[in-house]
Design a protein. Structure first.
Length: 385
């Protein structure tokens, strides 16, 4: 950030910013006027809070292609959603096939599960971060497989994985398809019923444009995942000790994050109205950014080729200047906010060859402007001169 406080924000791969005014207002209204606990009272404020949760769940289900909103669970983030998806469905002795591009939200739960007897086989992606469906199919057929685990899009290279093909491969071989959709929701036109995934974890604060501290998990109808936490669900306070089994209450123990749910619901309604045009503009500006980076001497751009599909995220390195130094100077000299390092995805950086150095990540978002792109490119050219 410059001394004037101006930020040219390209860290949308971590979290989207700025949030739309409608999201902020929905959260403020939830705290100001709907501040009671949803599902835990019959007085007007509690009923209003319950209505917020219900309507937000339905709005999110609509933009994600989920026919029954009860199959969509609100959680504390995509990381919690990935943990529930993996730990709730896998048991000792199960085998999973996973791509080499996964985020720590997947790799670390799988590490814990491997210590408990789950067999984890990794399929290498190519240098752009793209997984070959045929490689995944060969791995799945090599031995009985409980699940194929794969991200929808890379938080390092932007590569979009062949989820529909992986769903076919998994189901033809009696396996589940479990997807980390942290970078998919909002940046892609997601239709979960059409993709036929079994479980899909979503971040509320990235492409969905909601606040931090909220995530979603889709579990297809009839898929029985063990809940990770037990506790109060408001409307099912019977004498039974076991957690209620109905959806979504089974997976939402404790007081819900009503302001966060209100925020992501407002964002979902905005995306329903404007998502297509926002995605088109993101892609236009992303192409402009990528073309400029590809033209710079000494810069290596990681990810799919210019004309290949990608979410608006990429990483770069320079022949002589370290990523941390580039990030620091971009911020100090021009207020350009990027992220350097391994981006919580060391598997992905090992795959593309940047594990030892890390890389500088740029992420274009719904609020990025052409002026932002020009500023970033000019500032980087100055830093590298």
């Amino acid at each position: 950030m410059t001394e004037s406080g101006h930020v040219v924000y390209f860290d949308n791969g971590a979290t989207s910013w700025p949030k739309p005014p409608e999201v902020i207002e929905a959260m403020a209204t939830a705290m100001r006027e709907q501040g009671a606990n949803p599902g835990r009272g019959a007085y007007p404020m509690a009923l209003a809070a319950s209505r917020v949760v219900f309507e937000s769940r339905r709005a999110c289900a609509d933009i994600l292609g989920v026919p029954d909103s009860r199959d969509l669970v609100f959680l504390a983030g995509c990381t919690e959603a990935c943990n529930l998806m993996l730990k709730g469905l896998l048991e000792p002795g199960d085998r999973v096939v996973v791509s080499s591009m996964e985020h720590n939200a997947v790799t670390r739960p799988l590490h814990v599960l491997s210590q408990q007897g789950v067999v984890v086989d990794v399929v290498a992606a190519d240098s752009t971060g793209l997984v070959d469906a045929l490689d995944m199919e060969r791995a799945v057929k090599a031995a009985p497989t409980k699940a194929v685990v794969c991200q929808h899009a890379s938080n390092v290279t932007g590569a979009i994985q062949p989820i529909a093909d992986l769903a076919d491969i998994a189901h033809e071989n009696g396996a589940l398809l479990l997807v980390d959709g942290a970078q998919g929701g909002g940046h892609l036109d997601v239709d979960l019923a059409g993709l036929e995934v079994d479980a899909y974890a979503v971040s509320g604060h990235k492409g969905l444009l909601g606040p931090q501290g909220i995530g979603l998990l889709y579990l297809r109808p009839g898929l029985d995942a063990r809940e990770l936490t037990q506790g109060g669900t408001g409307g099912s306070s019977s004498e039974q000790d076991a957690q209620p089994q109905g959806r979504p209450e089974r997976y939402e123990a404790g007081t819900p994050n009503t302001p966060g749910i209100a925020g992501v619901g407002a964002a979902a309604r905005l995306l329903a109205a404007h998502g297509a045009e926002w995605r088109a503009e993101e892609q236009r500006l992303f192409r402009m950014l990528k073309e400029g980076l590809l033209a710079m001497a000494g810069v290596t751009v990681y990810g799919p080729a210019l004309n290949e599909p990608s979410v608006p995220i990429l990483c770069i390195t320079h022949d002589t200047i370290e990523p941390d130094r580039i990030s620091f100077l971009l911020d100090r000299r021009a207020g350009v906010a990027v992220r350097a390092g391994l981006h919580c995805a060391p598997w992905a950086h090992r795959t593309i060859g940047t594990l030892e150095t890390g890389a500088v990540r740029f992420g274009v978002g719904h609020a990025t402007t052409e002026a932002d792109v020009r500023t970033a490119l000019a500032a980087l050219a100055e830093v590298l001169a």
